[in-house]
Design a protein around this ligand. Structure first.
Ligand code: ADP
Length: 479
């Protein structure tokens, strides 16, 4: 294909170097998928200690002086998975351990505004070829942390690369007091309604929407939802007005990282033809959580940030129903302290039926995906969601709220769908307690109908959840 070739990805996370959620998965998998289409993608990341430690064969290729009061070395190397990474090495900005946005008390870090404005400025300069001899044709910036890239580029005279901005979650907008404008080198004229201003604050996310040539989000349904009052989180009107440049492309997953045929985390590999390994995975998962009881019902699994968005209060409230039906639940997650306590207590109170691990554990995430019968994703809103895609790949049936990307990627196993060998999971709607219980009841029933259950699992495992199609869609947008 003719057209743009050199793409700069800019974002604050990238699997396996640094990850708090799905953004990292996208940043770690979409660039290689684009590379294999003949593009040259460089992924720019903040030089957090974990990033610097993880990047292999890093060489200094350029330097930018005076970014937020210090100089920035640009290092080029490879991620452990072979992806080309540019590191913005600037200890005065990025020498922070742990969560890149939150401090040890779970509060936003006080200097996030300066930190991520600087990151955006660095990305703009790298894209322009000011750090080293490589110019981007397109800068693809992700989420509020890279929201100002296009704003900085708009201040440049002469030709600039085209800009694409992807919203992975509209709930995180990067809002800061207007006094930051001067400190981050943005002119006062940009502080207005059609610029970076949002209710008298600076919004990095809004800046990304306004100044970028194209805006994408991570599923077609979410692209529609965010244009409404209810789903727009204060930006619905703006997104509706600009919908000529808004596109929804559902994410894929890295089918090499998530591959039940080669996954080291599993006791035994399995595939859609040979599912004995799936049984072994369930046995070992139950053992891991000390659930020796042989239940009649399915094993439900959760892998999630524990937040209001993810609807896990619904799961907590449904525990008597799950236990009462002799089904089981294992949960891997962290976040909201109250929810953490609820699930820990549930595991103590129901040692035969409930297991919980509070924390972040990549290996265990694979084991839950493989060992569970059903993966629960009862989100109140969900831009795309990745765990339901992993579930299908691992022959677990996703039970999801019919919102955002969950609506786009899971086909409800209705009677009609099953007749055409189509159903891949169970949807419930609206996202609330009674509909969720109804969804659980459908899972409990379908699970007892072994033939149908095997069919749904197979349908899911047959789905193409790779990045091939979404990467083609992004490539077309760059054109
Ligand atoms: P979000 O980005 O909103 O958190 P996604 O479904 O898009 O949700 O992506 C979540 C990613 O994070 C998935 O790869 C999932 O496996 C992973 N994940 C979430 N919580 C944990 C955890 N506690 N341990 C390991 N992996 C987790």
């Amino acid at each position: 294909m003719a057209g743009p070739k050199r793409i700069l990805f800019a974002g604050s996370e990238c699997f396996p170097l640094i990850k708090t959620g799905g953004l990292a998965d996208v940043m770690g998998a979409l660039p290689p998928a684009l590379d294999s289409r003949g593009l040259e993608v460089f992924t720019l990341l903040p030089g957090f200690p974990a990033v610097k430690a993880g990047v292999k064969r890093a060489k200094k290729v350029g330097v930018l002086s005076d970014i937020a009061g210090g100089s920035v070395n640009i290092l080029k190397g490879k991620s452990p998975t072979g992806q080309t990474i540019l590191v913005a090495d600037a200890p005065h900005l990025f020498d922070i351990d742990g969560n890149p946005y939150l401090d040890a008390n779970g509060k936003d870090r006080a200097d996030n505004g300066i930190r991520y404005a600087a990151f955006s400025e660095i990305a703009a300069k790298v894209a322009l070829g000011q750090a080293f001899k490589w110019k981007a044709d397109v800068v693809h910036a992700h989420d509020w942390q890279a929201g100002l890239v296009a704003a900085y580029l708009s201040l440049t005279e002469g030709p600039t690369p085209k800009t694409v901005f992807t919203i992975h979650n509209l709930a995180f907008q990067g809002q800061f007091p207007k006094s930051l404008m001067r400190k981050i080198g943005l002119p006062a004229q940009m502080f207005h309604q059609d610029g970076v201003e949002f209710w008298d604050k600076i919004s990095f996310l809004k800046a990304g929407i306004i100044y970028s040539d194209l805006v994408t989000t991570v599923s077609p349904t979410y692209a529609r939802e965010i244009q409404t009052e209810e789903g727009g989180m204060g930006l619905g009107g703006l997104l509706k007005k600009l919908n000529h440049k808004l596109h929804g492309i559902a994410n894929g997953i890295d089918t090499e990282v998530w591959n039940p045929e080669t996954d080291d985390a599993l006791p035994k590999p399995f595939s859609k033809k040979a599912v004995a390994g799936k049984k072994a995975a369930k046995k070992s998962l139950l053992q891991h959580f000390g659930l020796s009881h042989k239940a009649k019902g399915p094993l439900f699994g959760v892998i999630s940030r524990l937040t209001e968005q993810k609807g896990l209060d619904l799961v907590a409230a449904s525990l008597p129903h799950i236990v009462g039906n002799d089904a089981q639940l294992v949960l891997l997650g962290s976040g909201d302290k109250d929810l953490e306590a609820v699930f820990e207590e549930a595991a103590r109170n129901h040692p035969n039926h409930v297991g919980a691990f509070i924390g972040y554990d990549e290996q265990l995430a694979h084991q839950v995906q493989a060992g569970a019968d059903v993966i629960l994703v009862p989100s109140r809103f969900e831009p795309c969601g990745l765990t339901q895609l992993c579930a299908m790949r691992y022959g677990s049936v996703p039970l999801v709220a019919r919102v955002g990307g969950l609506a786009d990627t899971v086909i409800d196993a209705s009677t009609a769908a099953l007749k055409h060998k189509q159903g891949t999971g169970i949807q419930f709607s609206p996202a609330g307690f009674d509909p969720f219980i109804a969804g659980l009841d459908r899972a409990l029933q379908l699970y007892q109908d072994k033939k149908t259950w095997v069919q749904i699992r197979r349908n899911g495992m047959r789905e193409d959840v790779s990045w091939a199609l979404p990467a083609a869609a992004y490539h077309a947008l760059y054109q």
